[in-house]
Design a protein. Structure first.
Length: 240
């Protein structure tokens, strides 16, 4: 295992605890503490920060599975369960709380070393999975928050058939773009479509033509006045 690993033993039987310590030291580990029940195992794990916890199942006050679950919440640490008996239900329950490996009592040094390696590897996988879940949870929260800010329009919207203003829930008539801005995430930029541009040009040409047609009769009257005056002047010259 390379560098010596720090090990915490949780075992309520003194003689068995002594035996496990001897095997752990034979496997190249350093025993940093020995707990006699599950609650003390949780406290010592938080205090000593071992590289791995060798945990018995049946202990007073707090059993090994319960202690392992609390450890993974308070101070995540690889856990190897040491037990004289096991059942499929017990193995399933222990795996669910983050136990990384199982070993029958009495363990051998080689088997203990392998179990520790497996527990540490699985613990690394669990940490990565937990980190991925945290990221997913955070992003899900951000998405839900963004969705709550999105405004949608539903139902019947009263709109004027002539000016196209919309009546709000408070009874006020608003311009279409103002109403949509208030009730959605949309914004507006104004322009003129080709059809409206043609209509505006046609209207402008009609106004210009109308002004020109009004100006023509006035010019003709001036012309007639001028012509009449000249004719009258010649007649007077003749009479004179």
């Amino acid at each position: 295992m390379g560098t010596q690993l720090k090990v915490l033993i949780a075992e309520d039987n003194f003689l068995v605890s002594e035996m496990i310590q001897g095997v752990a030291e034979e496997a190249g580990c350093i025993v940093v503490g020995r707990a006699i029940d599950g609650r003390q195992a949780v406290e010592m794990t938080a205090e000593l920060h071992p590289d791995v916890v060798l945990m018995d199942i049946k202990m007073p006050d707090l059993d090994g599975i319960e202690a392992a679950e609390i450890i993974q919440i308070r101070c995540p640490t690889p856990v190897v369960i040491l037990t004289a008996y096991d059942t499929p239900e017990m193995l399933k329950e222990a795996s669910a709380v983050g136990v990384g490996a199982f070993l029958a009592k009495p363990p051998k040094a080689r088997e203990l070393g392998q179990a520790i390696v497996i527990a540490r590897a699985r613990f690394g996988d669990l940490l990565r999975l937990r980190h991925a879940n945290d990221v997913l949870k955070r992003r899900t929260g951000e998405l839900e928050e963004a969705l709550t800010k999105i405004k949608t329009l539903r139902g019947l919207i009263p709109i004027c058939a002539s000016c196209k203003k919309i009546r709000s829930d408070k009874g006020y008539w608003q311009q279409l773009e103002d109403y949509l801005t208030d009730h959605s995430e949309a914004d507006f930029t104004h322009g003129i479509c080709p059809e409206c541009l043609e209509q505006m040009e046609a209207q402008l040409n009609a106004i210009v033509n109308k002004k020109e047609s009004r100006a023509l009769p006035a010019e003709e009257n001036v012309s007639r006045d001028c012509t009449g005056g000249m004719t009258e002047g010649k007649g007077e010259k003749r009479r004179r």
